[in-house]
Design a protein around this ligand. Structure first.
Ligand code: ZN
Length: 354
């Protein structure tokens, strides 16, 4: 009897793993608007920026053809991902992606992304409060093959609380915290550079440091599930620096290209890794409200999601659909062959057909 059960279990496991990749990497840009992702740089907002001369930004990101314009801003997204993966959230062609929480700011958005449901009763601020909810990262980490194989690299120092590193045991490198011994040569250098680089916002590490710490960790430890959370787009938007906001989005797109190049060059990851990219909230559409978000800002619940990898059908830019932020968590899990529904509360995986 026991043997029979074992055989059935082995069969079920094999079937459920057949459609999955072995690794998954989740990436978030903080508060990057769908308008900029799908339409490219907005000339009316370019005029507002203070840090660079109008002409320089125009040369870099302005193209008369909208398809070329968005490609100038996010070349990896609009070449590799758009041709080999999926991009959801272009409201101009009826692809709607919304958050389901009613807060429309960061912690509630990351809670929804990572746990698969909104928790408007308990997650109501960006305070450093340990998340009472088990995220999909923690759920995956609880499965024996994934123990010690889940890690997060986050610019914002609230993430150890959102992921609840204390309870979950997940390695979270968040905020301006240097990499710890034993260090590679590169990590030693990044530690020195981080300390030497002026940072206007002490609670947020500059995204380049977050990225290169994470990339180094991938090469060294070969984790199976990694979360990268970048932050600068939101910071520059709040201060009304549209050029810096665009530059940050562009640089993060280049991090994705570099990450994908590495993944496809390493036999551990090549053709076995899925990339999921999204944002925690939208922002307003207008000349003033693009700087902010929150429940009072119309449109700040509008987001976008992109996917790339062996589990993702290459359908390109989606049209006429309604998707939600609460579907990301189950998608992350499905990529590594795990069924996640948070007791029925989580949205269904985006990899499943409608
Ligand atoms: Zn913000």
């Amino acid at each position: 009897m026991r043997i029979k059960i074992l055989i059935v279990l082995c069969f079920l496991t094999r079937v459920s793993f057949a459609q999955s990749s072995e690794h998954v990497i989740l990436v978030t840009f903080d508060g990057l608007r769908w308008q900029d992702v799908f339409r490219g740089a907005d000339t009316s907002l370019m005029k507002q920026q203070k840090t660079l001369k109008d002409k320089q930004v125009k040369e870099k990101y302005w193209r008369a053809d909208p398809a070329e314009r968005r490609k100038a801003l996010l070349p990896f997204l609009w070449t590799t991902i758009a041709s080999q993966g999926q991009v959801h959230g272009n409201r101009d062609v009826g692809s709607l992606v919304n958050v389901t929480n009613t807060m429309w700011f960061s912690y509630p958005g990351y809670q929804e992304i990572l746990s698969g449901f909104a928790d408007d009763a308990r997650i109501t601020s960006n305070d450093k409060v340990y998340n009472p909810n088990v995220t999909v990262l923690e759920f995956i980490h609880q499965q024996p093959p994934f123990k010690g194989k889940v890690a997060a690299f986050t610019s914002w120092d609230v993430f150890p609380f959102i992921i609840n590193d204390k309870r979950s045991g997940i390695f979270v490198s968040g905020g301006e915290v240097p990499a710890r011994e034993p260090l590679t040569e590169n990590e030693r250098l990044i530690n020195r550079l981080m300390v030497a680089t002026p940072n206007m916002i002490p609670e947020v590490r500059l995204d380049a440091f977050t990225f290169y710490y994470g990339l180094e960790y991938l090469k060294k430890n070969k984790p199976r599930v990694v979360y990268f959370s970048f932050d600068e787009t939101d910071d520059f938007a709040h201060s009304g620096e549209y050029a810096a906001y665009l530059n940050s989005a562009h640089k993060t797109d280049q991090f994705l290209a570099e990450l994908w190049d590495y993944l496809q060059s390493d036999p551990v990851y090549r053709n076995k890794t899925t990339l999921i990219i999204t944002t925690d909230h939208g922002r307003g559409p207008g000349p003033d409200d693009w700087k902010s978000h929150g429940a009072r800002v119309k449109g700040a619940d509008e987001i976008w999601i992109a996917l790339l990898g062996p589990t993702v059908a290459p359908t390109g830019e989606s049209r006429s659909e309604q998707r939600y932020q609460n579907q990301v968590a189950a998608t992350v899990a499905e990529c590594v062959g795990i069924d996640y529904n948070a007791g029925g509360k989580a949205g269904r995986s985006l990899l499943k057909r409608n």
